[in-house]
Design a protein around this ligand. Structure first.
Ligand code: HEM
Length: 309
């Protein structure tokens, strides 16, 4: 390949300036470049490591599907957090917010549609056996799922539904987290006590959730939207993108997920207690959790019918 001499000189000059600015010797770096290997696809994305991260607990082949699909979902959650974390830095830019919302909805839409892999994709007979080797672990313990919620809306909107109306003013983060809706999903069926699944989850992530909740106060997706000038707030494309995200995260994905729980766990005549030993039939349906990230974007009737269609 023929290199344009002028371009080469210009690039060398720029490089020299770059290294000089930080007191570095460009020649040493060029020698390093001579020794470096070409980048490969497999090294760049850490493929060999990635493909060693599936470690089934049993010999059922379908357990790999279960692990892989959870990992795929967690990677999508990471994509979501990558977008959410950027929003406060551009809080007055409605166009930026809209572009990030489009990405967020694309991720959750992909997750919702691909969930069929879980619903149809495993043999229930295998699932019912290998799940017993996974106790008391549960997808309930996905910290990224909770972080997406914490980034999206003030904790007040994630409080257990009956407590929301009586909430006067700004409640303490500790109180809000102690009474968060998900506490309901991890109460032991027989005693109402916190399950081991929840206790372990809180022990591992409780402090991080607290710190994150404090850090994002006033900067959640909802609050960034509310802080925009009225004209931007009234943009129909922005409002629609927020509504779509709300619907996907708080109705459509949970319904697909619930469908898989029903398909696999309803089979047992005694309605097998879920992995965490919880009353999941009551807890999981979105109409019972009543999570709405952006309440003011829904009419009273839409809110009243949340998750019912
Ligand atoms: C056959 C597939 C699945 C079944 C039967 C199932 C079952 C359940 C059940 C019963 C719960 C309620 C908590 C408990 O009792 O443990 C739960 C919660 C949860 N699962 Fe799954 N799950 C499945 C797949 C997945 C996948 C692929 C993910 C992806 C990460 C996931 C993420 C979650 C999350 C985030 C929660 C908490 C939901 C909430 O608090 O509203 N689950 N799951």
């Amino acid at each position: 390949m023929k290199t344009n001499e002028n371009e080469l000189q210009a690039n060398l000059r720029l490089l020299q300036e770059k290294y000089q600015a930080s007191g570095q010797d460009m020649n040493s770096y060029l020698q390093g470049l001579m020794q470096s290997n070409y980048l490969t696809y497999w090294d760049y994305i850490n493929l060999d490591t990635l493909l060693t991260l599936q470690q089934p607990k049993t010999s059922f082949p379908d357990e790999k599907i279960f692990i892989l699909y959870h990992q795929i979902t967690e990677l999508y959650f990471k994509l979501c957090l990558n977008e959410l974390e950027q929003v406060p830095g551009r809080s007055s830019d409605a166009g930026f917010l809209l572009s990030r919302l489009k990405r967020l909805t694309a991720y959750f839409s992909a997750l919702t549609h691909s969930f069929q892999i879980m619903v149809d994709g495993m043999e229930p007979e295998q699932f019912l056996q290998f799940r017993m080797a996974l106790l008391p672990a549960s997808g309930f313990q996905s910290a990224q799922y909770r972080m997406i919620e914490i980034w999206s809306t003030p904790l007040e909107n994630l409080l257990q539904f009956e407590l929301r109306a009586s909430l006067a003013g700004n409640a303490e983060t500790g109180y809000l987290l102690e009474n968060i809706y998900w506490g309901r999903g991890a109460a032991e069926l027989s005693t109402g006590q916190k399950t081991l699944t929840l206790r372990q989850f809180e022990e591992k992530y409780g402090q991080r959730f607290f710190q994150l909740a404090e850090e994002v106060k006033g900067k959640t997706l909802y609050e960034v939207y509310q802080g925009l000038p009225e004209e931007a707030r009234n943009r129909s494309d922005l409002r629609e993108a927020l509504r779509t995200f709300d619907r996907l995260v708080n109705i459509e994905w949970p319904l697909m997920h619930y469908k898989s729980a029903v398909r696999y766990l309803k089979r047992d005549p005694e309605d097998i207690a879920a992995t965490g030993g919880t009353n999941w039939q009551k807890y999981l349906p979105p109409k019972n959790q009543f999570r709405i990230f952006f309440p003011e974007l829904w009419t009273e009737q839409e809110r009243a019918e949340w998750g019912r269609h």
